[in-house]
Design a protein around this ligand. Structure first.
Ligand code: NAD
Length: 251
């Protein structure tokens, strides 16, 4: 329970990776503030499970982020995790979708950090963990906004890390490859139908084509790394972009 007395705000924590991180931080004693969309009864169940509060802030809206941060109060651990994807060629990419992805996957982290870092610096302790992606290091076609935002958050992570390095605060990114979340799992039946493939072919030849281990990262694996980054032993891990992609970006 080494995080007892710390408060963690995890964006996009009603599902997938963010939820796993929220659970893992709670298991180490942190007080958790959830954020993200979902059915009211499911969010209520998560609040009960984690003894957490919840903000429904739409993080594409800077004013909503300011309200969320004001309501959260002292934030010792900030996990910028909320994200979305859209797949289309550059010349067909809807400009509004570009703006939305940059706002959520990149600018939201700037806004939460600019509001959370002064308190962390003043208290002499803080952890910022940004869920980036293998796409912060390499590109795939048709994912221009996502790749641009994820490369951007890798740079934002480094710049902020340098600014707070002498104040007991670290800023790091975690870059997963394909993670087994409901989002990914739900794509499989449609992909089987669209491509005329078996479930195994979709998993191995489509989803895991770039992942040398041919296995999915589990949300709990990412969460375990996030917990490690909060430990005192990780105090000199700063400005890092830690891959957890089965070797994808080693090629
Ligand atoms: P997910 O869809 O399961 O969860 C996304 C979360 O973000 C949900 O809680 C959702 O409600 C929230 N969210 C969406 N739009 C929001 C908005 N406008 N404001 C506030 N919250 C919003 O996705 P996931 O797979 O758990 O992904 C989480 C993060 O991990 C994302 O940043 C994603 O880019 C990154 N990532 C995922 C994978 C993967 O394979 N699943 C791989 C690499 C990186």
């Amino acid at each position: 329970m080494f995080l007892a007395g710390k408060r963690a705000l995890v964006t996009g924590s009603t599902s997938g990776i963010g939820l796993a991180i929220a659970r893992a931080l709670r298991a180490e004693g942190a007080e958790v503030v959830l954020n993200g969309f979902g059915a009211a009864e499911e969010i209520a169940a998560l609040r009960d499970e984690l003894g957490a509060s919840h903000s429904a802030a739409d993080l594409t809206d800077p004013a909503a982020i300011e309200a969320m941060m004001a309501a959260a109060g002292q934030v010792d651990i900030l996990v910028n995790n909320a994200g979305m994807q859209h797949v289309a060629p550059v010349d067909e990419f809807p400009p509004a979708k570009w703006d939305q992805i940059i706002a959520l996957n990149l600018s939201a982290a700037f806004h939460t950090m600019r509001l959370a870092l002064p308190g962390m610096r003043a208290r002499g302790w803080g952890r910022v963990i940004n869920t980036a992606s293998a796409h912060s290091l390499v590109a795939s076609p048709f994912k221009s906004a996502y790749v641009a935002a994820k490369h951007g958050i890798a740079g934002l992570t480094k710049a902020a890390a340098l600014e707070v390095a002498q104040h007991g605060v670290t800023v790091n990114a975690i870059s997963p490859g394909y993670v087994w979340t409901p989002l990914v799992e739900n794509q499989i039946p449609d992909t089987m139908t669209a491509r005329g493939l078996t479930r195994e072919q979709v998993i191995n030849d489509v989803l895991l084509a770039k992942q040398p281990t041919k296995s999915f990262v589990q949300p709990e694996d990412v969460a375990a790394l996030a917990v490690f980054l909060c430990r005192e032993e990780a105090r000199n891990v700063n400005g890092a972009n830690w891959s957890m992609d089965g070797g994808w970006t080693a090629e």
